[in-house]
Write a protein that binds this ligand. Structure first.
Ligand code: DX5
Ligand code: ZN
Length: 227
């Protein structure tokens, strides 16, 4: 799988979301940040809004659930029409069971880690995931500064995925822009969320293309697959 750009609509005009999503028609997925004012100190929208958005676009939706009690709510977002559903491991009581439930409901299962959460305890469950999200800011708000301290974890995660020989995508989210995307790609990420970088651009779709080109140029050569 090549580089994918998944713009976050967090910084888009919430009163015109259908039109805002039409401005990123070249994106690979639309990243929807669900926040509950509990897991993070911010509140966005829930499954009803996500369902309406799914009806308004042909692009697949990539839900990022920043919500408490992920075990209870995550499968609802597959039913709401999301192709991919990401829960936070810090909010999940049984992440393996939850990943399997998301897959059983027909979605791609994805798990997110906050910047200070280590990957190593989860190494043995990476094969249960279709995508792993490494946050490069503390979750909760768009427009924050990219945290370079996450780069070594991106490298270690890439090495774990390559050693396992699994197809799990590696997504980064937070502060990703033309200035920072190359560092993430070089470290081994292949799916990139960008919120303010895309929606503050005069031409969001042109920014999606520019980000994809920059990441593709910075990616390390593909390592030989095992097995
Ligand atoms: C932060 C969200 C991100 C955010 C990205 O909690 O998960 O998706 O919207 O926005 P930027 O790219 O502006 O950091
Ligand atoms: Zn996000």
């Amino acid at each position: 799988m090549g580089v994918q750009i998944t713009p976050s609509i967090l910084n888009a005009d919430f009163a015109n979301l259908g039109a805002e999503v039409a401005r990123i028609s070249g994106a690979d997925m639309v990243h929807v940040d669900v926040m509950d004012n509990h897991f993070v100190p911010n509140l966005t929208f829930g499954p009803t809004m996500v369902e309406a958005l799914a009806r308004s676009t042909d692009l697949p939706l990539d839900a990022h659930l920043m919500i408490a009690d992920a075990d209870r709510h995550a499968p609802t977002y597959v039913e709401a029409g999301c192709a991919s559903v990401t829960f936070h491991v810090e909010a999940a009581a049984a992440p393996v069971r939850l990943a399997r439930e998301i897959r059983a409901a027909g979605g791609r299962a994805s798990m997110a880690l906050k910047p200070a959460t280590p990957i190593e305890p989860y190494a043995d469950m990476l094969g249960e995931l279709d995508m792993l999200l490494l946050m490069t800011v503390e979750p909760g708000f768009g427009g924050q500064k990219f945290l370079d301290l996450v780069l070594p974890k991106i490298r270690r995660t890439r090495a774990l995925l390559d050693a396992l020989g699994v197809e799990t995508w590696l997504q980064v989210d937070g502060g990703v822009s033309l200035e920072t995307i190359e560092r993430c790609a070089e470290a081994g990420a292949d799916v990139f969320v960008a919120g303010s970088a895309v929606y503050s651009a005069d031409d969001p779709d042109a920014m999606v293309t520019a980000l994809r080109d920059a990441a593709a140029a910075a990616r390390p050569p593909t390592t030989p697959q095992h097995g």
